[in-house]
Ligand binder design. Structure first.
Ligand code: C2E
Ligand code: MG
Ligand code: MG
Length: 288
């Protein structure tokens, strides 16, 4: 009996080890593939419109990265951003996102369209402490006007090192780049830290929007976030509005702007341009 048990244990161990090895090998392979995708430019930014509640017009876009996989087609960021963050590849990926986003924004500006562009970054980009000089360089090199670029960083990670973040974000804001706290309400912000962080925009997490028509507590939370933002002189953007009903409630609550499938899913640059810039002459720059 004892021998059998022992044997079983050894087998378990063998299985366990084989599983672990397979998992590690798979992870390394995924990392290698992702590194290659970044180096080969197998990435693409999709753009989702951001609409102003007051005017009903487009005010900007959010750029959302995707992978263009040779065999599998378009792969969404939820699949590879966590891997990029864990493996340290995120900084390289963010370099690509910044370069490509600014290149596209410049193209649109040169065609006479006025819009802001929000780029998603990781808190690891902020911690690397090169972000400020990188952004400064990018703005100068591209002669990008102030106040058109925004960066979005997820609430849950931004709150981890408020002092360090605050200093870095201040410098970035001095460049005329605004800072949004993404997925607001999904993390655990202390109000004290929120007050200390130089954030311009709170992006209200989609989880509070999706049931806002039926769940009064979601309405109360969103209303509270909007009031809080007002007190701290921050703007609010609602994420993930899918119905006219949600839009109406958000507008009545005093939210500044919104994004969501109700208007459009994130889409390739040319489609976004055709649908939201070409036909929307009111967004033309005064200078053109
Ligand atoms: P996020 O920045 O909060 O982006 C919003 C996500 O919600 C996007 O998913 C968007 O497609 C989706 N969404 C927008 N409107 C609706 C809606 O009405 N309904 C529903 N169901 N979903 C909606 P996506 O593009 O898959 O991005 C997921 C997350 O990946 C982003 O969340 C962001 O945290 C991260 N991410 C995307 N691009 C980048 C990037 O360039 N760099 C970094 N570091 N992270 C990125
Ligand atoms: Mg975002
Ligand atoms: Mg978000």
């Amino acid at each position: 009996m004892e021998i059998v048990l022992h044997k079983e244990k050894r087998n378990d161990y063998c299985f366990y080890q084989t599983d672990m090895e397979a998992e590690i090998a798979e992870r390394l392979e995924m990392e290698r593939e992702l590194r290659q995708a970044i180096e080969r430019d197998d990435l693409v930014l999709f753009y989702q419109p951001k609409m102003d509640f007051k005017t009903g017009l487009l005010i900007g876009a959010e750029a959302l990265v995707r992978r263009e996989h040779p065999g599998e087609g378009i792969i969404g960021p939820n699949v590879f951003i966590p891997l990029a963050e864990e493996s340290g590849l995120i900084n390289k990926l963010s370099d690509w996102v910044l370069e490509e986003g600014v290149r596209q924004l410049k193209t649109w500006i040169s065609r006479g369209y006025k819009l802001t562009l929000a780029l998603n970054l990781s808190v690891k980009d902020l911690i690397a402490e090169e972000l400020y000089s990188q952004l400064e360089n990018l703005m100068k090199r591209n002669k990008l006007p102030r106040n058109l670029l925004e960066i979005e960083i997820t609430e849950s990670t931004l709150m981890n090192h408020p002092e360090l973040m605050s200093t870095e974000l201040m410098k970035i804001k001095d460049l005329g780049i605004s800072v949004a706290m993404d997925d607001f309400g999904s993390g655990y912000s202390s109000l004290n830290n929120l007050r200390r962080l130089p954030v311009d925009v709170l992006k209200i997490d989609r989880s509070f929007i999706q049931d806002i028509e039926t769940d009064p507590s979601d309405g109360a939370i969103v209303s509270g976030i909007i009031a809080l933002a007002g007190t701290l002189s921050m703007e609010t953007v609602a994420e993930g509005a899918e119905t006219e009903g949600q839009k109406k409630i958000l507008k009545n609550l005093g939210c500044n702007s919104f994004q969501g499938y109700l208007v459009a899913k994130p889409q390739p640059a040319d489609q976004f341009e055709a649908q939201f810039l070409v036909n929307n002459k009111t967004t033309l720059l005064d200078t053109h």
